[in-house]
Ligand binder design. Structure first.
Ligand SMILES: [Zn+2]
Length: 263
């Protein structure tokens, strides 16, 4: 068995699949939101590294919870939160007292619906990502890994690392408009997977919080298969975006083994 714990799944009307995992962690709960979008989804030329960059933008706040307030709420709860991006998915995670789960879910669903930032904040974060690239580039293994992928993959988007090609990172300050469409395209109910782990019975956390999670926007399924493009030797395909496909039609992206992830 790959995953040794029982879990309960609930699909909400907006297509959001919520997974509750009871764990013997008295008083503590983990809240993870997995977005099924990583650097493998960056099929458009000049846009590599954007999934990771956008993970940074998700901490830029909403009208209800500007960044300082978001951090303050978590601090007052004694909660620990962060995020990371991989080639295949992006994860937002918080560990807090299980009694604080309502607040955590309110925080997380709010930024999935009402994220708000301007050009100035966007460009500032782009500079931070370039700094992160430069810091990582000083580690010899990263340079080797970057070259290995660039050489091994001719068509699949694994050709670039999660960080992205340096020339694309340098161009990120000019991609404000793309960032808005990126949020619209990928950060939707049927592309996210909230997972809660803690000392609750299966389904209990889901039922009581369904009204909050239902508010996350529905529809907008994104379809592409970069893996097929590599296997067939064809060009990297562009995204095709369709609205409100039925949940049964969702594509299932296989999860490969452990891969590097970026904070
Ligand atoms: Zn980062």
């Amino acid at each position: 068995m790959i995953f040794p714990y029982p879990w309960a799944e609930t699909v909400l009307p907006n297509g959001l699949l919520v997974v509750a995992i009871p764990l013997d962690t008295p008083g503590l709960a983990g809240h993870y939101v997995a977005v099924r979008t990583g650097s493998r989804n960056e099929t458009e030329p000049g846009r590599s590294g954007f999934a990771h960059f956008f993970e940074h933008m998700m901490f830029r706040g909403t009208p209800r919870y500007p960044p300082e307030r978001y951090n303050d709420v978590l601090k007052r709860l004694g909660a620990d939160g962060n995020a990371f991006t991989t080639d295949d998915w992006t994860c937002y995670h918080v560990v807090a007292a299980s009694s604080a789960l309502d607040v955590v879910m309110d925080l997380e669903s709010d930024r999935f619906m009402n994220l708000e930032y301007g050009v100035e904040a966007f460009q500032k974060e782009a500079a931070a990502v370039l700094g992160e690239y430069n810091k990582n580039a000083s580690i010899p293994f990263n340079a080797l890994f970057e070259k290995l992928h660039d050489t091994a993959y001719t068509t699949h988007t694994y050709k670039h690392t999660t960080m992205g090609f340096l020339k694309d990172i340098e161009d990120m300050p000019n991609q404000f408009e793309h960032s808005l469409s990126f949020f619209e395209r990928w950060y939707r109910a049927d592309n996210a997977r909230p997972r809660g782990g803690g000392r609750r019975r299966p389904g209990e956390g889901v039922r009581s919080r369904t009204p909050v999670l239902r508010r996350v926007a529905a529809g907008n399924r994104s379809v592409h298969d970069a893996g097929r493009a590599q296997a067939g030797g064809g060009a990297i395909g562009a995204h095709r975006v369709a609205r409100a496909d039925p949940p049964a039609a969702r594509d299932r992206v296989p999860q490969p083994g452990v891969r590097p992830r970026l904070a």
